[in-house]
Design a protein around this ligand. Structure first.
Ligand code: G1P
Length: 298
């Protein structure tokens, strides 16, 4: 099974930095954002490779995930074997590429990976967010396996005035994740059976307050439906719309997660906060980071 990471965007929120550096390669501490997402995607046992949907404008991402023997040898020859290993690890990750040169929406980006995902279910991980502990997709795989391989998405509560930014589900809670018995309807661990999906509804039209957080485990049938999916919200080909059509044919489940389990890197403010959070959580960096803040006060 493959995991798909859409990464063809222009990164306009991070200009001017993204004039010459793809936003996916912005570092969180010493590692590019997208490497955290790739490592998270590889955590479920069913996943054996990651497909990055890139644009031809950002060859630096391909370069980053390529083996660079020459550089590794140079580092080893200069007594930097630990650094050589880090370079090797990035190049050795099981990453392949698909291309979306025309930005026609998330659904279209996912469809561009169809030749790589084949006739198997696949994960989709949106790249502006990563989960350091990597358990979210693992739990989704567990729920899918308990329901005969059904599609599973991660959802979380959102205030009513923000529903129009997201995909929102309709449905009812049917169970809890094993080991988290008793989770209330909108608490982490609750599992819902999905009966409807709406992309960016107005608050009056939202069927619940649970939004799709950007982690999907989808049946191969979604790729077929995306081939005939017309534009939806914002004139874009929406993944949510193809998933809504899937509901007419197959079951789908949603796992309620704590979105703070993951780190947002989608805006400069969120990216900076994520760097701070990761620095504070890293014993090797923590003290120097706090000292480096100098007189800064919240
Ligand atoms: C996309 C999805 C939406 C989801 C959101 C999560 O929207 O279409 O359903 O809730 O990601 O971040 P976008 O952020 O691309 O507008």
């Amino acid at each position: 099974m493959k995991a798909v990471i859409p990464a063809a965007g222009l990164g306009t929120r991070f200009l001017p930095a993204t004039k010459a550096l793809p936003k996916e390669l912005l570092p969180v501490l010493d590692k590019p954002v997208i490497q955290y997402v790739v490592e998270e995607a590889l955590a479920p046992s069913a996943v054996d490779g990651v497909v990055i949907v890139n644009s031809h404008e950002k060859p630096q991402i391909n370069e980053y995930f390529s083996v660079d023997k020459h550089f590794e040898e140079y580092l080893r020859a200069h007594g930097k074997s630990k650094e050589a290993e880090l370079v090797h690890e990035a190049g050795a990750l099981p990453v392949s590429f698909a291309y979306q040169d025309d930005p026609r929406g998330l659904g279209h980006a996912v469809l561009c990976a169809a030749p790589e995902t084949g006739d198997e279910s696949f994960f989709v991980l949106l790249g502006d967010y990563f989960v350091p502990e990597k358990q979210m997709c693992v739990h989704m795989q567990e729920v899918s396996e308990a329901h005969g391989g059904a599609s599973v998405i991660a959802v979380a509560p959102v205030p009513a005035d923000q529903v129009s930014r997201y995909g929102i589900i309709a449905g009812e809670r049917v169970e809890s994740l094993s080991g988290i018995e008793g989770a209330a309807d909108e608490e982490p661990g609750a599992v819902w059976k999905v009966s409807g999906l709406v992309e960016k509804p107005s608050p009056e039209d939202a069927p619940s307050h649970l939004f799709i957080v950007g982690r999907y485990l989808l049946s191969a049938r979604v790729m077929e439906l995306l081939r005939t999916q017309g534009p939806g919200a914002g004139g874009e080909i929406q993944l949510t719309d193809a998933m809504a059509r899937l509901l007419e044919e197959e079951e789908m489940y949603a796992v309620v997660v704590d979105p703070n389990e993951g780190c947002d890197t989608g805006t400069p403010a969120a990216w900076a906060a994520t760097n701070a959070r990761m620095a504070l959580a890293n014993p090797a960096i923590r003290d120097a980071f706090i000292e480096g803040l100098g007189g800064a006060r919240v």
